[in-house]
Design a protein around this ligand. Sequence first.
Ligand SMILES: *[C@@H]1O[C@H](CO)[C@@H](O)[C@H](O)[C@H]1NC(C)=O
Ligand SMILES: *[C@@H]1O[C@H](CO)[C@@H](O)[C@H](O)[C@H]1NC(C)=O
Ligand SMILES: *[C@@H]1O[C@H](CO)[C@@H](O)[C@H](O)[C@H]1NC(C)=O
Ligand SMILES: *[C@@H]1O[C@H](CO)[C@@H](O)[C@H](O)[C@H]1NC(C)=O
Ligand SMILES: *[C@@H]1O[C@H](CO)[C@@H](O)[C@H](O)[C@H]1NC(C)=O
Ligand SMILES: *[C@@H]1O[C@H](CO)[C@@H](O)[C@H](O)[C@H]1NC(C)=O
Ligand SMILES: CC(=O)N[C@H]1CO[C@H](CO)[C@@H](O)[C@@H]1O
Length: 568
Amino acid sequence: MLPTMRLWTLVSSVLALVTFQAAVYASRLSARSLLPEQRIAIRESLPDLYEASVVELQAGLQSGLFTSVELVKAYFARIEEVNLQGPLLRAVIETNPSALTQAAALDAERLETGPRSLLHGIPVLVKDNIATIASEGMNTTAGSYSLLDSVVPADAGVITKLRAAGAIILGKANLSEFAHFRGNLASGWSGRGGQCTNAYFPHADPCGSSAGSAVAASIGLAAVTLGTETDGSITCPANQNNLAGIKPTVGLTSRAGVIPISEHQDTVGPLTRSMADAAIVLSIIAGPDPNDNFTLAQPTPVPDYTLALNPNALAGKRIGVPRAVFLNDSITGSDPYVNEVFEQALNTMRALGATVVDPADLPSAEAIATSDNETIVLDTDFKIQLNAWYKSLLSNPSGVRSLAELIAFDDANPTLEEPPRYTDQSILIASEATTGMNATYYAALAYDYEMGRTNGIDAALDMYDLDALVLPAPGFTTVPAAIAGYPIVTIPMGFYPDNVTIGLAGPETVYPAPGVPIGLSFLGTAYSEFELVSYAFAYEQHTHTRLARRAYEEAIPTTQLWDIIYGA
Ligand SMILES: *[C@@H]1O[C@H](CO)[C@@H](O)[C@H](O)[C@H]1NC(C)=O
Ligand SMILES: *[C@@H]1O[C@H](CO)[C@@H](O)[C@H](O)[C@H]1NC(C)=O
Ligand SMILES: *[C@@H]1O[C@H](CO)[C@@H](O)[C@H](O)[C@H]1NC(C)=O
Ligand SMILES: *[C@@H]1O[C@H](CO)[C@@H](O)[C@H](O)[C@H]1NC(C)=O
Ligand SMILES: *[C@@H]1O[C@H](CO)[C@@H](O)[C@H](O)[C@H]1NC(C)=O
Ligand SMILES: *[C@@H]1O[C@H](CO)[C@@H](O)[C@H](O)[C@H]1NC(C)=O
Ligand SMILES: CC(=O)N[C@H]1CO[C@H](CO)[C@@H](O)[C@@H]1O
């Protein structure tokens, strides 16, 4: 039994509100035979999929107001509307041809034996570097044609946990190819998926590498989504797409079956419209997995992160601001507006009873800004682990069996993998040039742990007696946590103003741009997700920043459950 009793109570309270409509629905009247007031009542009781929470969706499913089959159909229609037509968001690479069958089985099971968890029958979209068994009908490619039609040995560890909880894998999300480890390419671009763009301004940069997961979550193309982060790949897209994002401690969520960059930094986490949804998803995907030995070191049992959803959590807490380097525009390159909204966020936290300790600098701040040891570790790990990935495949029609062959494949297939302006593969080449774990590598890894942990995040927490650190999500914020393997929790903080100077981000993308969101990140020590979630939730509940601005009109899909249930 999954430990989510408190939210089930919430589901029940939502349920009470919809009992009347459920009774109407249960009789399966056609829209024509409904009285006008019944039509209105039903329409209004159906959650708006742009914003719908897991609790609302679960209540609707439990009451029989709609089914998982209808929910999957609605999300498919929404994807269809905006992915390759209209605003051309290119957030989704593939949808799951088995999703409707799975949804029907989960609907039947719900009637028979009840829901398995809060995610029972809930459609989840996952980044395309997270493996799903090929027999289900979807590829696992990290956006690369070198992996098209490859057959993975098994579902990823997090997928196994999602399926056990009754979740439906709705599809695979576009991403920066190989989680931004191919070369100097625009965020959100992959050979297979093309250029994903932000839903808050036409052609805006979605950030990456979990770009498609974030864009999809931001406008309700799925209930919740998963991304992965090695350095910034969950928290940056969360920040830029008006979302809650959790980058868990390395070792909290399994990386088994995730196309790797580095076992020392990779981690899987949720991208959702609310902190409550993120807490629900993390409670389900966290936990030990024998196929990823890093997860065996985590504290047990896995906390019920929904118990962290306390709106007063910031009261009496000491929150530090590591100002040196991380808030210096001339080093981070951030637009000055980012620091402006951050100062307002600090005031909000003070108003919520937190003691803001400012500055609370990381002793390693300067070293982190100038060090290149992270590159040594990642380049070395990637070659070893990507080679192992190719070798683990049961088959791979492209014939690629190693990083060296991947580089050759890209060069040999320029229309697929090196279209004009997307030709670079300098990171692959640098990684291929490494020669394995030697003394330089081990020194770099030790240096990173020291700069990130003992002389970095932990040092600041100890020196200033802090509960957490806080920073704007853009800039260098992700680096100390990346090299430490420590968590970050990100929540919406603001939006670029309409008069912001539009900059270029990639050949087809702009950043910053009017209305593009800006996030706030909480950082802490290893396995402090429970506390970080509570602070982010408190901030979210008192600001509701996400709701202050919507995506641009054309990027908002119009299909709702009503259209699916009564539209035909
Ligand atoms: C992978 O994608 C291709 C092209 O979209 C599709 O034909 C094929 O069925 C997919 N393969 C798997 C294993 O799902
Ligand atoms: C995981 O196992 C590998 C060898 O299989 C070993 O090198 C590594 O140190 C282990 N890591 C942890 C965190 O236990
Ligand atoms: C910001 O960084 C620049 C460049 O390194 C440095 O010259 C300046 O003194 C820093 N500003 C502050 C307030 O530390
Ligand atoms: C990498 O770490 C070493 C210590 O192992 C340190 O001396 C060196 O300055 C770091 N390299 C860079 C480029 O920062
Ligand atoms: C370790 O390997 C790297 C290339 O991967 C090389 O640049 C470095 O010099 C090597 N260090 C030692 C001590 O051999
Ligand atoms: C942009 O607009 C804001 C008000 O929304 C104003 O305070 C600010 O000065 C303007 N900035 C520029 C560069 O015009
Ligand atoms: C689900 C979906 O729309 N997938 C598309 C993603 O983008 C590629 C490239 O444009 C298309 O081939 C897929 O059909």
